[in-house]
Write a protein that binds this ligand. Structure first.
Ligand code: ADP
Length: 255
């Protein structure tokens, strides 16, 4: 299986006049084509730092990060982001928000517009095409934000706690909904979350980090019956509870 992302012995510390704050220590893992990998760990352990390194916003002090076998500077694949906030612009309609990335990349063509329309239709937002973001529910807005990302046809999606701003019930529905869309579109994804159930319902591999400075505590590979393998269905299987207990134990052993 081809690796999309490979981290080898990555370490990072923040430096300030008060001293050094080590955030990541010796992290090595890989994300293969088609994987949905979740990274979980206690709050403040270094998850956002890790995503910033993968996104190329921070440079690791030690170790290497490769995307499709190339260094981040030479990376030629398209990375999509989905963040806690949807960052939809209120003065643009949903359709115009979805086309924004294509406009910026000068990639607005008949074909890309058609793809945007197909995604809107497929994921139930066609009738809200001309609405303003404030006219949509939180869940619909997150779906619009995902479509805005997908329309750029990313090879790899980085998801930074994308559902955490939603209330619990919406969070469950939207998390499951968006997880299914990502699988249906056959995207490779890395999700950072502190929600164990969310990680189990979406991922095929979970990387558990220790508290700061983050090291790898455990890597858990998940396997569910491929028949009817949806996030919602996973939550009702006996395996779900077993995986939950394994993660819970690993996080609580965390010294
Ligand atoms: P998480 O996303 O898991 O909550 P972060 O990656 O945001 O954790 O932060 C990891 C640690 O690094 C935290 O303890 C935080 O205090 C520290 N940290 C984050 N950003 C900075 C910074 N710019 N300067 C100094 N320390 C930082």
């Amino acid at each position: 299986m081809e690796s999309i992302l490979e981290l080898e012995h990555v370490s990072y510390a923040y430096h300030s006049p008060e001293g050094e704050t080590p955030a990541l220590v010796d992290l090595s893992f890989h994300v293969d084509q088609g994987d949905f990998v979740a990274v979980i760990g206690p709050s403040g352990c270094g998850k956002s730092t890790l995503l910033s390194i993968i996104a190329g916003l921070l440079k690791p002090e030690h170790g290497t990060v490769r995307i499709h076998g190339k260094s981040l500077e030479k990376n030629s694949i398209n990375i999509g982001y989905m963040l806690q906030k949807d960052y939809l612009l209120e003065w643009r309609s949903i359709y115009k928000n979805i086309l924004l990335g294509l406009e910026i990349q000068h990639a607005l063509t008949k074909e890309t517009k058609q793809y945007a329309n197909e995604l809107l239709h497929l994921y139930g937002l066609s009738q809200f095409k001309n609405s303003k973001p404030s006219e949509l529910s939180g869940g619909m807005r997150q779906r619009a934000a995902l479509i805005r990302t997908l329309v750029l046809n990313p090879d790899f999606l980085l998801l930074d706690e994308p559902f955490s701003a939603l209330d619990y019930q919406t969070r469950l529905n939207v998390g499951d909904d968006i997880g299914q869309i990502i699988k249906k579109e056959k995207k490779t994804a890395l999700l950072v979350t502190h929600d164990l159930s969310e990680a189990i319902s979406l991922a095929n591999k979970i990387i558990i980090l220790t508290k700061r400075p983050a090291r790898i505590n455990k890597v858990l590979c998940l396997s569910f019956d491929p028949q009817n393998d949806t996030p919602l269905h996973r939550r009702n299987t006996p395996e779900f509870k077993t995986y939950f207990n394994t993660l819970w134990e690993a996080l609580n052993k965390n010294d």
